[in-house]
Design a protein around this ligand. Sequence first.
Ligand code: HEM
Ligand code: HEM
Ligand SMILES: [Fe+2]
Length: 454
Amino acid sequence: MKYQSQKIALAYFGVALALFAIQIIGGLLVGWVYVSPNFLSELVPFSTLRMLHTNSLIVWLLLGFFGAAYFLIPEEAEREIHSPKLAYIQLGILVLGTLGVVVTYLFNLFEGHWLLGKEGREFIEQPVWVKIGIVVAALIFLFNVTMTVLKGRKTAISNILILGLWGLALLFLFAFYNPENLAVDKQYWWYIVHLWVEGVWELIMASILAYLMLKLTGVDREVVEKWLYVIVAAALFSGILGTGHHYYWIGTPGYWQWIGSIFSSLEVIPFFAMMAFAFVMVWKGRRDHPNKAALLWSLGCATLAFFGAGVWGFLHTLHGVNYYTHGTQITAAHGHLAFYGAYVCLNIAIFTYALPILRNRDPYNQVLNMAAFWLMSGGMVFMTFTLTFAGTIQTHLQRVMGEYYMNVQDQLSLFYWMRFGSGVVVFIGVLLLIYSLAMPRKEIITTDASVAAE
Ligand code: HEM
Ligand code: HEM
Ligand SMILES: [Fe+2]
């Protein structure tokens, strides 16, 4: 570790990993409700469990991004973080807000209250006071990292990372706008839900991947930067108007069907470019970095993001297809693999790279970490297939044959069992990952000195 303030990342990564475990337990619970519909229904309704699953996902991914910024910006800017104290206050606010959401929803508090009560719109369910807390935390963060970069060396990696993080915070402001008209409400709601993952978060993804490639492969910075600019331009060019793929059936004018179909199809390009980038860097790289697990997660990230976002996104993005598949299990299949590939794997790649450095150890428990990669990724890919099959049958029976929703659900139970099974595998992978990141490697006991020295 070159700079003391990089240590801030350790606290962020720790909280993120704990929330990750909670997110997956939440996933298992919602998955179990699908096979046993009355499970917990008296205590915690499905909608609350589902909210806890998706919101803990978003919160831990954000904590991971913030931690990644605190880790890599000192190295890029060649100076300490402006104020470590502010960084810890920011973390405190976010943890408090998270607890606030959990308590409010689990005990159903302050119903209908404008400031303290539940908000209910998917992904932005946080009570208004928590939303305000999120904005305050984001402002503290932006101030802190922007000051650091302004006073230090400016690189393409840190500039693009900060641009992405500014965009993330500004777009979140639409969470405060909740118009009466449902069509208008949805129109702005997608500014967050879509423009985050298919817009500004892609900048964050590209810059963190670029940083990892720079460190892990030893390729020249100029080469990495050229790729970075192309990826970012492609992401914004396609992603902004690509929002139109959510405007097909919400009451917006018909031209969105064409704008959405054309531009969202182009969104495949930046995801393909990120995958090509990662592999070309490894191919051209001269460095044989000892942290093989971090490299595996980086390549896995770029590849699974291409399949989850690019291929599974394209699968249902043309309006002629989406007319039938909208809101079916096809959407859930895509949502899972895209989030997992792009943003879960990205975070784990930077955790795997940074934690040994932050804790002053050699890359450790690599084999366990790599086993966790295969268990988790295998589980998520299997889940994607089961949901895709379920979604195909659902689309046919419900949307083509016109069968009643619940009748169709009954016929899909085999797939929901398999989804639950793959979830258990993912959960085991997560436990293994956390163990491999948190615990030091056991001493190798061998008589062969050359093996022991490895
Ligand atoms: C890192 C892994 C995971 C990620 C990134 C993730 C992400 C998500 C997202 C984004 C949604 C909302 C999807 C949508 O509206 O289309 C969701 C819903 C859901 N997830 Fe996960 N999830 C993960 C793991 C799991 C696991 C292990 C299970 C367990 C079986 C699970 C079960 C569910 C269920 C049942 C829903 C509700 C779907 C519905 O409302 O029909 N997830 N998840
Ligand atoms: C990493 C990037 C991406 C993530 C994390 C992601 C995630 C998601 C999630 C969670 C949903 C469900 C939202 C909801 O209804 O609550 C969704 C919907 C959708 N996504 Fe993506 N997505 C990504 C990229 C893409 C790309 C590149 C495309 C197109 C090529 C795409 C096409 C779609 C479409 C068409 C829908 C609407 C599905 C429907 O009508 O029900 N996505 N995405
Ligand atoms: Fe989208």
